[in-house]
Design a protein around this ligand. Structure first.
Ligand code: HEM
Length: 508
């Protein structure tokens, strides 16, 4: 009887404490006892429901998904105040048992908690991804974008061509070999890895993500462990095979450089292979899908294209391709790139962060362990900042400071200096070379249903014709490709030399 009384009292105290804490949380949809908002947790296209909540409750929303406190950030100001300025609190990641711990063995840098180990891996990679190092990789982007244009003279299959472009840049850097067709076994296996990862990370699919304690169960009672083990083994083999290949290839590359890092000596080969493998995976889909969105904007809102092409023609002329140096002098093309990121970001719900201690913001409590959703879609379609946000208007960016397209604070995308150049040069050269038109001559109506609903949201298939703007340009493309140095080891050694010239000390 006494025990029951004590237990009951503790329960009442607990509920009063919870209620008090809840009262201090940011506003949000009403919660049910015990499950909170679990019944409203979106399985797909979470950004749609979250954006409705932001519209209703304001730029800081809280929800409770079965005990996980979720804080949704719906405008740039709040994102900067919390994720950038309070990076010491907001830089961890939510725990993902199935995707992070089991499928990737805890070695996926994007899913690592913010701790000493994460910082060690970040430091080792930083040398390869710094602004100065990234600026040395332009000869690879130059070759791959020439290859992209040449291929688009004979095919309109742009999603595959963009993926080849993005993949070949990072494979060249990481492993010293190019992706020439996309049919290579490494590219195919990488697809399998990304598919498995997406499935492993699917919200609401794995009970162990809701109840991590279940992970202590032995494998016969935990069927998810069998899937995860198979996926882990497949991915580990791919990353290890690629790294071994990279070490054998002639010329400088990341596999050799990373392996020689002083701090790398305390890491196993598998950890190093994972660091490289994740960088490569992170670079493929992101860059390719970003340029797909640009292509969709070309056919859905073509009004801006003549202005962009005029700027290209004024600065570059008809007889050569745009270069990296030209990009600096083309504010309209820069505005196109910026608008492209705003109009449709490939991760509309952003990549979640997590808090490592309680925090207060404008009187609201943000509890330790909260999942923080930087809701890119709501920020980019904020009507206070952008008129008719669903339309594509590069003009918005001509007199406005650019915003972050690569995340926030201490978890900001480490590949952004490479990615931005790949996207920028790719877009400038495509616009210089082609009239990009929809195949049936109609403008597609682009709304949410035009995009897939997974974590990475991709335009659904649409048909486009890449028509060289004139015969002279066709010849320029063919000649530029013909004349390009295609000896990758030679290019990589030049990349290395360039690094030395700008004062860097390559480790291989
Ligand atoms: C257009 C292309 C790209 C876009 C739009 C993009 C975007 C992002 C975003 C939004 C994040 C999450 C940031 C945050 O949590 O606040 C991220 C993380 C990351 N990105 Fe990118 N990215 C791109 C290309 C790349 C490339 C080329 C690489 C590697 C070479 C790369 C490597 C990474 C890594 C390693 C992380 C995890 C950082 C961490 O957790 O600390 N990304 N990226």
């Amino acid at each position: 009887m006494f025990i029951l009384f004590v237990f009951g009292t503790l329960l009442v105290i607990y509920f009063i404490h919870q209620k008090r804490r809840q009262a201090k949380l940011p506003p949000g949809p009403p919660r049910l006892p015990f499950i909170g908002n679990l019944h409203q947790a979106p399985k797909d296209a979470a950004w749609v429901t979250f954006s409705q909540w932001v519209e209703k409750y304001g730029p800081l929303v809280s929800a409770d998904f079965g005990g996980t406190n979720v804080i949704i950030i719906g405008d740039y100001e709040t994102a900067r105040d919390l994720l950038d300025k309070k990076g010491n609190i907001y830089s961890s990641r939510p725990r993902m048992v199935m995707a992070g711990e089991l499928t990737c063995g805890g070695m996926h840098i994007m899913l690592r908690p913010y701790d000493e180990e994460f910082l060690l891996h970040k430091r080792i990679e930083a040398t390869l991804l710094s602004p100065r190092a990234s600026a040395c990789y332009t000869p690879i982007q130059d070759l791959e974008s020439k290859t992209l244009l040449k291929n688009l003279l004979s095919t309109n299959d742009f999603p595959e061509q963009y993926e080849r472009y993005s993949a070949s840049i990072v494979y060249s850097l990481a492993y010293g070999f190019r992706i020439l067709t996309g049919e290579e076994w490494q590219a195919q296996a990488a697809h399998e890895v990304m598919k498995n990862f997406a499935y492993a990370g699917q919200v609401g699919t794995w009970i162990v993500d809701a109840l991590p304690i279940l992970n202590y169960l032995p494998t016969p009672l935990a069927p998810w462990k069998k899937h995860a083990k198979r996926w882990y083994q497949f991915e580990e083999k791919l990353h290890m095979d690629n790294m071994r290949e990279g070490l054998k290839r002639p010329g400088w590359n990341w596999s050799k450089d990373l392996g020689n890092a002083k701090e790398a000596q305390q890491l196993s080969n598998v950890e190093l292979a994972y660091d490289l493998g994740i960088l490569v995976d992170a670079g493929v889909e992101t860059t390719g899908v970003t340029i797909q969105c640009f292509t969709l904007a070309c056919v859905a809102y073509p009004e801006w294209i003549p202005k962009a092409q005029k700027e290209l023609d004024d600065i570059v002329g008809e007889d050569r391709l745009p270069t990296f140096e030209d990009l600096e002098r083309m504010p309209y093309i820069q505005a196109v790139v910026e608008e492209n990121f705003r109009w449709r970001h490939l991760v509309p719900a952003g990549v979640p962060h997590a808090t490592t201690q309680d925090d207060y913001y404008k009187g609201y409590l943000i509890p330790k362990g909260s999942t923080i959703v930087p809701l890119f879609l709501a920020m980019r379609h904020d009507k206070k900042l952008f008129d008719s946000p669903s339309e594509f208007h590069p003009e918005r960016w001509l007199n406005r400071a650019h915003v972050s397209n690569f995340g926030y604070g201490r978890r900001v995308c480490t590949g952004r200096f490479i990615a931005r150049r790949s996207v920028h040069l790719g877009i400038a050269r495509l616009l210089w070379a082609f009239n990009i038109k929809s195949k049936d001559g109609k403008r597609p109506i682009v709304d949410e249903s035009f995009f897939t609903a997974g974590f990475v949201s991709v335009p659904k298939p649409f048909e486009v014709v890449f028509e060289p703007r004139d015969d002279g340009r066709r010849k320029v493309i063919e000649q530029a490709y013909e004349d390009a140095d295609k000896d990758l080891s030679n290019i990589l050694d030049k990349v290395r030399e360039k690094q030395v010239t700008v004062g860097l000390s390559p480790r291989a």
